[in-house]
Every structure is written in structure tokens, then in C-alpha cells.
Design a protein around this ligand. Structure first.
Ligand SMILES: [Cu+2]
Length: 425
């Protein structure tokens, strides 16, 4: 209601202004004034000077923003390829910024220099080959540098010689699950049809196939019971719509079971089951500094985007396909925490954080830096909170952590040491 009133007041004021202007115009017409007045030299000069003033404020604010926010609040890239991405970006800035300042500077300065002069004759200048050549060749060379350097960086990132350790990142509304490929460095096959509460990623193992059957059978049985319980003779005592909904659901569950069975009869070799048995599902991503990782991304529902801001890596997670990205972290979480940039940055964060805590009457706390994986595709109501902690640590720390996890087959994993996938795909 309040908003509607504010809107009405604004609308009425706007209408009133338009009407006043119209009255003024009509009145001056009646009085015989000229509606379009001639603009004096002084007024032109004032406008020219205002342009220069605007230019100074405009350039000043851009320079201030570059100094204040230019680092993006994230510090130096924490991966090998991230450093390359950053230098590629900086090269672009070094090319763009001088062009920006020169062209915009000329725009404003020329407005002031060439104020309207009734006595000046314009210059007729139709064509110059030299000028055409310059403004074609110079931008072409600048673009060639950007494109060649960009392609080189892209190829190095997307086609690495060694893929390292394979890890799956699985996105769904609204969270991430990590699947380590285990000692064999091979992710077991997965299928959305196999997804149950106990098998959130739909990984195909013998136990999970059995589990899926049981899960589907129990759901089928419960619907069948519901239908028979509500049947008297040949008639259902449920509303027609409800009966239709239940029979549709029943058919779809039976089809799902049939399709899983079809897949198994076609012969999923036992080796596939084996590669899945030693996979490890976790809710935190731990990485070893200096080791190369290839992430394979999948999504359960809609498109998400796995974004590792500190490693300068991002890749879409698309339902029905696997995408991938390779990077090598080059700093541990502890190293970044000890960095001067991070210490200063977290002082500011903690100050704001605790002011808010205090205002709410809550216990104050110190927040520490952590690498993070976030969703960078607006994917629904809780998109803002779709994140996961990422820890970069030493090999010993990782060994201790991974050995405290559980494999899909229920056994405790044994740390596998260095891994690599160099063979051609
Ligand atoms: Cu998302």
C-alpha cells in the first residue's frame, strides 16, 4: 500500500511538471517570445568548461576505483594456470586503458576547443589512404596480439599434457558433492536412473543396483497398496485425478526398473563395478599443493557453474554431459592465511562481521580465510549459499584426511600417492 502511494505521488508530480512546462510554452508563444532562443557565446563556453569538469571527475573516479578495487579482493591467483589467466587479463588492460583515456580525453577536450563559431567554415576532408591504413593496421595488430596470446593460454589450460588426479564435482540444487576416483584414478560409471537416497550420485555398483531395485520395489509396493486399499469392487474411492497420478507414477517406476535391468542385461562388465567400488564421496574438497587435478563436472538438475575464484577456474555443470577443467593449486590454505594481503583483508571482514554480530547480540567470532567453490549460475532460491569449502594442504595432511574417509564399498581408502593420466583420450 505504502509503495503504491509513493508511486502515485511520483507519477502525479511528473504529470504536474509536464503540464507546467506546457503552460509556460503556450504563455511565451502568446507573448510573442521566440521559443528557441539563440545560444550566446558565454553559454557555449560554460557548457564546454562543464565538459572538461565532467571529464576530470569521470577519469578521477575510474582511477580511484582501479586503485581501490583493482585487485578484486582475492589476492594473487592460487593456481599455476590462474597466474597465466591474470597476466592475460592484465595485458588486455594495458592495451585497453591507454586507448580509453586517449579517445575519451579527445572527445571532451575537442568539445571545449572547437566551440561553435558562426564565422568558421568547416573543412571538407573526404578521404585519406594513409589515415585508413593506420586505423586498420594498428587495431588489427593489437587484436592479433590479444588473440594469439589468448589462444596460447587457452590451449595450455584446456589441453594439459598430464591430467593428474581425476575428481568429480557433482552439482545439484543447492550443494556440491565430491567424488574422488580412488587408487585406480578411474571414476566408476554413473547413471541418473540409479539415484536413490543412499546413492546420491547414481554410481553404478553391484550393491547399488541391488539397492535401487529394493528402493524402486518398495515405492512400487507402497503405491500398489494404496490403490488396492482404496478399491471397492472395480471402483476406486479416490478422486479420478489422484488415481491417474498414482498409476502414472507406478508406470514410471516400473519403467525405471526395467531400464536399469536392460542396462545390466546388455552386460555392464564387472570391471566397471570395480572402478566404482573404491570411489570416495565427500562434502569437502581437499587438494595437495603442487599436484595436478582434472575435475569432471556433472549436474543433477539444471545448469550450475562451478567457480573456484581463487584458482581463477570456472566451468558449467550441465545435466546430461560431463565437462572438465584441469588446474594445479600452488599455495596451501595456511600459506594464503599468512599472506599480508589476506591478513589485511580479513581484518576488514572481521570488523564488519563482528559489528553486525554485536548489533544482533550474538557471540563475536573470528572468520578465517578458506578457499571456496561456489555456484556462479543463478540456479534458484538458495543459489547464494551453494558453496563448498576447499582445502589445499601438504601431502601428509591429505593422506591423513583421505584415509579417514570411506570408500563406496565401505572400506577405508589407502592414500595412492602420485597419479597421472598421460595416455591419449
Ligand atoms: Cu547452482
Amino acid at each position: 500500500m505504502e509503495k503504491l502511494l509513493i508511486f502515485l505521488v511520483i507519477a502525479i508530480v511528473a504529470v504536474a511538471i509536464v503540464q507546467i512546462v506546457r503552460v509556460y510554452e503556450l504563455a511565451s508563444k502568446l507573448k510573442g517570445d521566440k521559443v528557441e532562443e539563440t545560444i550566446t557565446k558565454g553559454e557555449n563556453k560554460l557548457n564546454g568548461n562543464l565538459f572538461i569538469l565532467f571529464m576530470i571527475a569521470f577519469f578521477g573516479s575510474i582511477i580511484w576505483m582501479m586503485i581501490e578495487y583493482g585487485d578484486g579482493g582475492m589476492g594473487e591467483a592460487a593456481s599455476e594456470h590462474g597466474l597465466q589467466i591474470d597476466s592475460l587479463l592484465m595485458l588486455n588492460w594495458w592495451i585497453i586503458l591507454p586507448v580509453f583515456f586517449i579517445t575519451n580525453g579527445l572527445l571532451f577536450v575537442f568539445v571545449r576547443m572547437y566551440l561553435y563559431d558562426a564565422n568558421r567554415r568547416s573543412l571538407y576532408f573526404a578521404h585519406s589512404n594513409k589515415l585508413e591504413l593506420i586505423w586498420t593496421v594498428v587495431p588489427a595488430m593489437a587484436l592479433a596480439v590479444i588473440v594469439i596470446f589468448g589462444l596460447k593460454t587457452w590451449n595450455e589450460i584446456m589441453s594439459p599434457e598430464d591430467e593428474g588426479t581425476i575428481i568429480e564435482i557433482y552439482g545439484q540444487q543447492f550443494g556440491w558433492t565430491v567424488r574422488y576416483s580412488g587408487e585406480d584414478n578411474k571414476l566408476g560409471r554413473a547413471d541418473y536412473k540409479m539415484i536413490t537416497n543412499d546413492n546420491p550420485l547414481g554410481v553404478i555398483t553391484q550393491a547399488h543396483v541391488k539397492g535401487s531395485y529394493e528402493y524402486l520395489d518398495s515405492k512400487i509396493a507402497s503405491i500398489e497398496t494404496k490403490l488396492t486399499e482404496n478399491k471397492i469392487g472395480e471402483e476406486y474411492i479416490l478422486p479420478d485425478g489422484k488415481v491417474e497420478e498414482l498409476t502414472d507414477k507406478l508406470e514410471s517406476l516400473k519403467r525405471q526398473k526395467y531400464r536399469i535391468k536392460g542396462g545390466i542385461d546388455k552386460g555392464i562388465e564387472t570391471s566397471v563395478f570395480k572402478t566404482a567400488e573404491n570411489d570416495i564421496l565427500t562434502k569437502e574438497l581437499h587438494l595437495i599443493k603442487g599436484k595436478t587435478y582434472t575435475f569432471q563436472f556433472r549436474s543433477k538438475d539444471i545448469i550450475h557453474s562451478a567457480w573456484f575464484p581463487h584458482f581463477r577456474a570456472q566451468m558449467n555443470c550441465v545435466p546430461g554431459m560431463i565437462t572438465n577443467f584441469t588446474f594445479t593449486p600452488n599455495k596451501t590454505t595456511e600459506e594464503v592465511r599468512a599472506d599480508d594481503f589476506t591478513i589485511d583483508h580479513y581484518k576488514i571482514i572481521n570488523k564488519a562481521h563482528n559489528e553486525r554480530k554485536k548489533a544482533l547480540g550474538e557471540q563475536e567470532e573470528e572468520v578465517e580465510f578458506d578457499f571456496v567453490l561456489m555456484c556462479n549460475k543463478i540456479c534458484g532460491a538458495s543459489h547464494y549459499n551453494m558453496q563448498m569449502k576447499v582445502v589445499v594442504e601438504t601431502e601428509e595432511e591429505f593422506k591423513a584426511w583421505i584415509e579417514s574417509q570411506t570408500q563406496i564399498d565401505g572400506n577405508a581408502p589407502k592414500y595412492w600417492g602420485s597419479q597421472s593420466v598421460v595416455e591419449a583420450k
